[in-house]
Design a protein around this ligand. Structure first.
Ligand code: PEP
Ligand code: CO
Length: 455
């Protein structure tokens, strides 16, 4: 059966995880206003990301997809955007330096405002209220007014995404991401740590390499790749009315692009091949991704390929495996083999966060740094065994000095989690843990890229 795709064809199918917006008039009004807003990203940029992801699917690049679990309306500042960019740039430097591979940088930023939930409601002390679904939908405080879904939030999410993206464009194209500024990306509290000092060694080596090239007569000022960075945005395409309203027809090609971000993904809870989310993503020309948990089967994964990438276009489809450290070595191989044997050019990315979340005895949601590292190691080992490419990682992190994940060099303990737990949703790696993870990952990448290069 072929259904004619249109930006609204998802409406004919079951759509999981959609809030009850209450007043339909208010929702229609908000969506109408959204449809009149300018696009946030452009089709040409989405095509450039698709090409970069295609290179990663062939082992010629590595993807660093990272940022917030849930962005906040209460935390919009130039400093927070700059710091988030800094830590991603720092990690990318570490990875490039270790592996010699280009790093494709994709932020969970400028649009990551909606969350899927395991239950629609939350029960506290006998009171039952709708669950918090991200600032695009409602607010986190546990009272009836905060938890009511408010369509005006869709517009606020759009406007915050626009100002965030505006600053990201200025930072990445206007000098801040210049390779001569590598030292500036080291945050003060990170700089004093062992990984901060290790980063300084790399930054010094880069300085020396730049001076060496300049001394050899190479004109370093004219090469934009030393002074600017391509930085892409992504988020989970969860609230389909919002995504539909930002889907526009490209004037050059006539194709449809969701202009809310460069890359959109379907989450573990919304990836049903016959559901509304996959229908929506199927007709876009953006690169798209799909999360896969440990229960995903080879048949499901092949069906998702058929729905999302029937033409087998490199860079179009990314599978983000989030299996958990314990399950990855058993659950991932059958899926990787099915794709490999089908000859499809899918990109494999490892999300070592969402399969490793647990709640402590004191009721705090957390993840262990060692589990995160273990899942990444398992992911690399599976690809090595199957002769396929470990194409990237997908992380939840902040540059801030938070205490949300256990372990790492600072060895954050159970009883320290409450000291600075600021996430609206899932626990994030802090600046130190993120940089430490980049060094671990750099070693894995170095070991992996060296034989590939010498072939
Ligand atoms: C997320 O990426 O924040 C998320 C909810 O992931 P998943 O769909 O994999 O559970
Ligand atoms: Co999350």
């Amino acid at each position: 059966m072929t259904r004619a795709w249109s930006p609204e064809s998802w409406r004919e199918l079951p759509a999981a995880q959609q809030p009850d917006w209450g007043d339909p008039g208010a929702l229609d009004l908000a969506l109408k206003e959204l449809r009149n807003q300018p696009p946030l990203v452009f089709a040409g940029e989405a095509r450039a990301l698709k090409a970069a992801l295609g290179a990663a699917s062939r082992g010629e690049a590595f993807v660093l997809q990272a940022g917030e679990c849930a962005e906040s309306f209460d935390n919009l500042s130039a400093d927070s955007i700059r710091d988030q960019l800094k830590i991603i740039l720092q990690m990318a430097v570490v990875l490039t330096y270790a592996s010699g591979l280009p790093i494709v940088k994709v932020g969970r930023i400028a649009g990551q405002f909606a969350k899927p939930r395991s239950s629609a409601n939350e029960l506290v002390g006998g009171l039952e209220l709708p669950a918090f679904r991200g600032h695009m939908v409602n607010d986190i405080d546990f009272d009836p007014v905060s938890r009511r879904a408010n369509p005006k939030r869709l517009l606020r999410a759009y406007h915050q995404s626009a100002s965030t993206l505006n600053l990201l464009r200025a930072f990445t194209k206007g000098g801040f991401a210049d390779l001569n500024k590598v030292h500036m990306w080291n945050q003060e509290f990170v700089a004093a740590s062992p990984q901060g000092r290790r980063y300084e060694d790399i930054a010094n080596a880069i300085d020396r390499a730049l001076r060496f090239m300049a001394a050899c007569g190479i004109n370093l000022t004219s090469d934009v790749s030393l002074h600017q960075v391509d930085f892409y945005t992504c988020h989970e395409a969860l609230i389909l009315g919002f995504e539909e309203a930002l889907t526009r027809q490209d004037s050059l090609t006539g194709d449809w692009y969701d202009c809310s971000a460069h890359l959109l993904w379907a989450g573990e809870r919304t990836r049903q091949a016959g559901g509304a989310h996959i229908e929506f993503l199927s007709g876009l020309k953006n690169p798209v991704a799909c999360k896969l948990g440990p229960k995903a089967t080879p048949a499901e994964v092949l069906e998702l390929c058929e729905r999302l990438d029937p033409d087998g276009e490199a860079g179009r489809l990314t599978f983000i495996a989030r299996m958990g450290a314990k399950a990855v070595r058993e659950a991932l191989p059958p899926l990787v083999r099915a794709i490999r044997d089908s000859g499809r050019p899918v990109l494999w990315v490892c999300d070592p966060m969402h399969g490793n979340t647990f709640t402590t005895a004191a009721g705090v949601k957390t993840r262990r740094f060692e589990d995160i590292v273990a899942e990444i190691k398992g992911f690399f080992a599976v690809h090595e065994l199957e002769g396929t490419f470990p194409g990237g990682v997908h992380l939840e992190l902040t540059a801030d000095e938070v205490t949300e994940c256990l372990g790492g060099g600072d060895d954050i303990l159970d009883n320290q989690l409450v000291a600075s737990y600021r996430s609206l949703c899932d626990p994030r790696l802090n600046g130190n843990q993120s940089l430490e993870l980049a060094f671990e990952l750099g070693e894995l990448l170095q070991a992996w890229a060296a034989p590939v290069r010498s072939e």
